[in-house]
Design a protein around this ligand. Structure first.
Ligand SMILES: O=C(O)CCC(=O)C(=O)O
Ligand SMILES: [Fe+2]
Length: 228
């Protein structure tokens, strides 16, 4: 039986289910989470920005930590600037998730930053955690895939390892996620090691992170400045 939208509005069950799974296992994979029209618009924008050379070569980390290391990551990125309706709609989805994350997980996450990512054939991102040493910087990670007709043979899966296996190179992944249009993945940034396997064809995504408020040298951690 299907149920209509509850009092919290359309999609509330979908958001609650994702966050519940995130709370239970440290990550959640939700196929068909995003509306198909939104996914198409985001894919178009990612390609337009890439063509206009507004994507950077995917250095690892926030701007001030920038280090381009093509042995770790081969992709181009472009930070959201909130300037398009598609970005706005995606950020509204992120806000719904943020509220549920704070309600269910008590994480106090407040700020969201997002980027388009373009991995050409051969692109990858070696196994990593999304948060940085010693800083409660990124707390929850969100990835949304924009690729129509992605097949298992196209590679580019997101491999996910269980929490706490960061230093264990021999541990087996618990999930391999195909980057199919509409699929969304959420992960606890400090705990879940993950890797983008080499893509067999161009692979488009949006990656985002929620952060907690941080005092640094008596100042609130400043918002990241856009690169494009
Ligand atoms: O695109 C993905 O599947 C994950 C990307 C990622 O791990 C990152 O940008 O930190
Ligand atoms: Fe990551």
């Amino acid at each position: 039986m299907t149920t209509g939208p509850g009092p919290a509005g359309p999609g509330a069950n979908r958001v609650a289910a994702l966050v519940e799974t995130l709370a239970e296992q440290g990550f959640a994979v939700a196929p068909d989470f995003l509306d198909a029209d939104l996914v198409s618009a985001l894919a178009r924008e990612a390609l337009e920005r890439d063509r206009a050379r507004q994507t950077d070569t995917g250095g690892v980390g926030r701007k001030r930590d920038y280090a381009v290391d093509r042995t770790v990551r081969r992709a181009r990125i472009c930070w959201f600037d909130g300037s398009s309706p598609a970005q706005g709609q995606f950020l509204e989805e992120a806000e719904r998730l943020r509220q549920e994350i704070n309600r269910r997980l008590f994480l106090g996450v407040f700020e969201f930053e997002a980027q388009f990512a373009v991995y050409d054939a051969g692109g990858f991102y070696a196994r990593h955690l999304d948060s940085f040493r010693g800083r409660r910087n990124r707390v929850v990670s969100l990835v949304a895939y924009l690729n129509a007709d992605w097949q298992a043979g196209d590679g580019g899966t997101l491999a996910i390892w269980p929490a706490g296996t960061g230093g264990d190179a021999a541990a087996a992944p618990v999930a391999e996620v195909l980057p199919r249009a509409g699929t969304v993945v959420a992960m606890l940034s400090e705990e879940i090691p993950h890797e983008v396997r080499p893509a067999g064809r161009q692979r488009l995504s949006v990656a985002g992170w929620w952060r907690v408020n941080q005092m640094q040298g008596g100042r609130i951690d400043p918002p990241r400045i856009s690169l494009c």
